[in-house]
Design a protein around this ligand. Structure first.
Ligand code: TMP
Length: 246
């Protein structure tokens, strides 16, 4: 038919333990795809620039104490507030995150699901690829490593978009601990990161690619480029979107 209306951008997520190299590799991927002329954006969670993000940041730097359930829900709110939250809280609260004000009017009441979902879907459907540095998997892995139930951790984010590709930067917790700046934040403790690594393992599905994060940085970069390009092509050809945790 030649109709290309299903063509869209790709949702690519980078996951891994602290100090596995996600942030450096995400920005390298951004530069790479931009260089190829693709429309692409780099997002990261937690987004520390919002009000919720500042509460998270203060918690992570041990400046405030919060109950495990509370911080989990703050991370979720920072990922994109659930439709139920939208109905429960005054509208002003949803102006907090990701400058969603214009989407609030357009999508909140007719779209259901989440604001983040709407925002992502709009970007993808208009051909923009999203590189996302941490996503729901971090939320589940870090909170379940503290002993919270998997299902409880997933619940606030049911209905978000499932990534087309999850790049898991695999590093032994001991190796990560040797990297610069380790230990500056609350979760950067060897024992805890060992538990997080175990929790990540049960989250793997077909969209995950495990990449050895102890290789030279350029080798990792090259592998990620190939994986992402393949995924971007599949999405251009109309690979359907799916829901997370369904
Ligand atoms: P960052 O180092 O990538 O900024 O992430 C800060 C910490 O937050 C990191 O230790 C992982 C943790 N985290 C969660 O516990 N839950 C989440 O939902 C996210 C996105 C991160």
């Amino acid at each position: 038919s030649g109709c290309n209306s299903e063509s869209r951008g790709a949702l690519v997520v980078l996951e891994g333990l602290d100090r596995s190299g996600k942030t450096s590799q995400s920005s390298r991927l951004l530069t790479y795809l931009e260089g190829l002329g693709h429309s692409v954006e780099l997002w990261r969670f937690p987004d520390r620039s919002t009000n919720v993000g500042q509460m998270i940041s203060s918690y992570l730097s041990n400046k405030s104490q919060l109950d495990d359930h509370t911080i989990h829900l703050l991370f979720s709110a920072n990922h994109g507030i659930m439709s139920t939250w939208v109905f429960m809280f005054p509208l002003s609260i949803i102006y907090w995150d990701k400058n969603l004000s214009d989407y609030v009017y357009k999508h909140t009441f007719d779209c259901g699901w989440t604001l983040l979902r709407s925002l992502m879907e709009t970007k993808l459907k208009t051909g923009t690829t999203l590189i996302v540095d941490r996503y729901s998997y971090s939320g589940v892995a870090f909170s379940s490593a503290k002993g919270l139930g998997d299902e409880w951790c997933k619940a606030p984010e049911i209905g978000l978009l499932a990534p087309d590709l999850v790049l898991y930067l695999d590093i032994q917790p001991e190796k990560a601990a040797e990297r610069g700046g380790y230990g500056a934040e609350k979760y950067e403790q060897l024992e805890f990161q060992r538990k997080v690594a175990q929790c990540y393992q049960v989250l793997h599905d077909a969209s995950w690619k495990i990449v050895d994060a102890c290789q030279p940085i350029e080798d990792i970069e090259k592998q990620l480029q190939e994986l992402v390009l393949e995924c971007v092509m599949a999405c251009q050809k109309g690979k359907p979107l799916a829901n997370l945790w369904s």
